[in-house]
Design a protein around this ligand. Structure first.
Ligand SMILES: [Cu+2]
Length: 323
């Protein structure tokens, strides 16, 4: 049994907790628009104190980021409004200030307002959302095609217009990560595409559902087995962009990163030429070394942790064997 003193202590404690919670909530609400102002300039690699969506290297990426900002403003306004309303009700109608409760159950005007206003807010959100969805859906006049296939657990890329045959892009093992590479994001043979080119992306999965996401490029598309999904991108900033598989696809889901090198059209022509006509044993390695300046010395000695990265095609054999 709790004595009157204990009850009082408990009440005080409850009040303190409510006050702390409200202060925290106010902090979060006040901080939300501030965080959006700190849009993070990166390439998909995590940076300390990073907040918000990447700044974007495609029109879609930037439109997604600005739509996100608009939504954040609407969400913040609604949250602040509801919070103020709750605080007002809790204080104004507390038992001591309002000993005889009213028996009101209906108010026609208020009911109309709380139905119509949310509908209007949703319509305001839906219009730009659908516009953007349709814009992202497919390219108007694609200049080239990129085929992406998700495998357990690596990505395959093919550039049929440039006669670049399907190749695998595997994670670099931990013990081979050099100063120019990023652990869990760098791959052996990255995807190479030209800038200022409308690229039609055709994507599917070889075994299970995967999802190709590169935040800076504003691309996220699911890779289903037996179905080809379409999207597009037109990169306007040269650079290296990273992404990851965003569909839980098995125990090495976190080890199939995406590395995209966006280079000038001239360099891209040089790259495709080398990939086809290089006299080196590993043509793509030669092209990547010469055009992208990638360091492949790590490949010349065996990896101690390589058993965690199965060789390309390993899962295909397993799938065939089970059939
Ligand atoms: Cu996956």
């Amino acid at each position: 049994m709790m004595g009157p003193l204990g009850l009082l202590k408990n009440l005080r404690f409850a009040k303190l907790r409510v006050a702390a919670f409200m202060a925290a909530l106010t902090g979060i609400i006040a901080g939300a628009p501030l965080s959006s102002a700190l849009a993070w300039e990166g390439n998909g690699t995590p940076v300390p104190w990073q907040l918000d969506l990447p700044s974007g290297a495609t029109v879609i990426g930037r439109q997604l980021a600005s739509f996100h900002q608009e939504l954040l403003i609407i969400i913040t306004a609604i949250t602040v409004f509801v919070f103020i309303l709750l605080a007002y009700v809790a204080i104004r109608f507390r038992r001591s200030a309002n000993p005889v409760p009213t028996r009101t159950t209906h108010n026609f005007t208020i009911e109309v307002i709380w139905t119509v206003v949310p509908v209007l807010i949703l319509a305001v959100i839906a219009f730009p959302s659908f516009k953007l969805l349709y814009y992202m859906d497919r390219a108007e006049k694609p200049e080239m095609t990129l085929k992406i296939t998700g495998h357990q657990w690596y990505w395959n890329y093919e550039l049929p217009d440039q006669k670049v045959e399907e190749y695998s892009s595997n994670l670099i093992p931990d013990d081979k990560i050099g100063p120019s590479q990023i652990r869990l994001l760098s791959v052996d043979y990255p995807l190479v595409v030209p800038v200022d080119t409308t690229i039609q992306i055709l994507i599917n999965g070889a075994d299970v559902i995967h999802s190709w996401l590169v935040g800076d490029l504003g691309v996220q598309k699911s890779a289903f087995p037996g179905r080809t999904n379409e999207t597009w991108m037109k990169i306007d900033k040269e650079g290296t962009y990273y992404g990851q598989c965003t569909q839980i696809c098995g125990d090495r889901h976190g080890y199939m990163p995406i590395e995209v090198h966006a280079i000038s059209k001239e360099k891209f022509a040089q790259w495709t030429d080398l990939v086809q006509h290089s006299t080196a044993k590993d043509k793509m390695r030669d092209a990547n070394e010469k055009v992208l300046g990638l360091d492949y010395k790590w490949m010349d000695s065996p990896s101690k942790t390589a058993e965690v990265a199965p060789p390309a095609g390993a899962s295909d054999q397993r799938v065939t064997a089970s059939r």
